[in-house]
Design a protein around this ligand. Structure first.
Ligand SMILES: [Cu+2]
Length: 459
């Protein structure tokens, strides 16, 4: 794609650079009969970059408007309106000169840029291009613009801008009129506009000036899963960690969990906790620097991976309150079936509890559950493969079902187990009695093929 863009720049330069030839052609063509011009146009239909100017010149001197019509119907002729800047073309002398004004900026969020002012002679597109060897490269964001002047246009980018990155803001035509911006995937469409001097409208700007300060925000939250904490937003100057600690007399205490974060914007970072949060508990969240940069979180056991600081040198630690409604699950598992041959336990939330699954890709993995914790199981294979916990018999036929989907088993009505079913999802609490009775899980239908061990442990 980048090569295509460079090729386009060269082609445009060629177009701009051949104006002397145009003049002579213009003079020659002005004496041509209309039918000769028509022949030229027909021959030029597939020649996008270098002969369109001739068409235009022909048009400017041609009182027969049918040539203009031919050109405007030619979808390959995307330089046509660019050439209408040609002052020889009396039909277009009053065309609005396209303008793009953009300032160097430090956008927030970093995957948006602000364009101060755009003047477009027609409906079109404002595209943000990457820099590529001093010229413009791939498009990383675009937005439709209307005819006329528009102030303060925000353009969303496909990725975050990087520090001191050069970007180009370029006005493109809407050609063909299909409400679909396809440049540069299709370079014959939606090409850049030229101004009335025949120059690209492509101001360059710096997207991130300098390095932003570290920031870190964690709001009070209502848990959807009690072992899952969410760090809402922030910015990390270096790779590091988001850390959740329990409270110890109003100060951060023991670490409950941490998640590695890369350089850049932090948004809804999930941190798995080693135990369920308690309703109205105060927890402490902090942003840490991976120092030394070894990818190992050793804070608390060594003078490493210290808390990051904001622009004023203050530690980025914030306390917040967790609300836990009764019945909130502590861990969630997502289950699928491999045909009729096995259950797959494909995902745990928080992800740290995937360590409880022997193999998230294997049929019938063994897995571990903590006594007293409450679980949510999303069984995507339901209702073809109802999931259930059993006391294993010598054979599957001798299993004793303890709890399962479709309200089966001896514990289905147990108030402490508190089975809740909702389509493919069910929740239950692994009470000590249920834990003592459970050593296998299986499918209610394929009891021999879809069956494996469960280990229960005391947290
Ligand atoms: Cu089954």
């Amino acid at each position: 794609m980048k090569l295509q863009c460079l090729a386009l720049v060269c082609a445009l330069a060629l177009v701009i650079g051949c104006s002397d030839d145009e003049s002579s052609n213009n003079a020659n063509n002005s004496n041509n009969a209309n039918n000769v011009n028509n022949v030229n146009n027909v021959n030029n239909v597939n020649n996008v970059n270098n002969v369109n100017n001739l068409n235009n010149l022909n048009n400017s001197n041609n009182s027969n408007n049918s040539n203009n019509s031919n050109n405007s119907n030619n979808s390959n002729n995307s330089n046509n309106s660019n050439n209408s800047n040609n002052s020889n073309n009396s039909n277009n002398m009053n065309r609005v000169n396209p303008v793009v004004e953009v300032n160097d900026q430090t956008p927030d969020p970093r995957d948006e840029v602000l364009i101060a002012r755009v003047v477009s002679p027609a409906a079109g597109w404002l595209a943000i291009h990457e820099e590529d060897n001093g010229s413009f490269g791939d498009v990383i964001g675009f937005i439709a613009v209307t005819e006329g002047e528009t102030m303060d246009i925000t353009v969303s980018l496909d990725r975050e801008a990087t520090e001191n990155e050069m970007l180009f803001a370029i006005l493109h035509r809407e050609d063909p009129t299909d409400n679909d911006f396809t440049f540069p995937d299709d370079q014959t469409e939606d090409r850049p506009m030229l101004d009335n001097d025949g120059k690209l409208v492509a101001p360059r700007f710096t997207a991130i000036q300098g390095t932003p300060d570290n920031t870190f925000t964690v709001n009070d939250q209502t848990a959807t899963i009690t072992t899952l904490a969410i760090a809402n937003s922030g910015f990390s100057q270096v790779a590091g960690w988001v850390v959740i600690r329990e409270d110890n007399g109003g100060q951060p205490g023991a670490v409950l969990g941490q998640t590695a974060v890369p350089v850049g914007t932090l948004s809804d970072i999930e941190v798995g906790l080693s135990r369920p949060a308690v309703d109205q508990e105060t927890l402490h969240a902090s942003l840490h620097v991976d120092m030394p940069a070894d990818g190992n979180f050793t804070f608390g056991t060594a003078t490493e991976d210290a808390v990051a600081q904001d622009g004023q040198g203050a530690d980025l630690v914030t306390s917040y309150t967790v609300t836990v409604a009764a019945g909130t699950p502590d861990v969630q598992f997502r289950v699928q079936a491999n045909g009729n041959t096995g259950f797959n336990i494909v995902e745990a939330t928080p992800a740290r509890y995937e360590a409880w699954i022997s193999d998230t890709a294997a049929d019938n993995p063994t897995f571990t559950l903590n006594e007293t914790w409450r679980y949510e199981v999303i069984n995507e294979a339901y209702p073809n493969h109802p999931f259930e916990l059993v006391t294993a018999g010598a054979t599957a036929a001798e299993d004793i079902v303890q709890l399962g989907q479709d309200n089966v088993g001896a514990f289905a009505a147990d108030v402490d187990v508190a089975l809740v079913e909702n389509n493919d999802t069910f929740q239950f609490t692994l009470t000590p009695a249920l834990a003592a009775a459970t050593d296998f899980y299986r499918c209610n239908i394929h009891i021999m093929m879809m069956r494996a061990a469960v280990t229960t442990q005391t947290p």
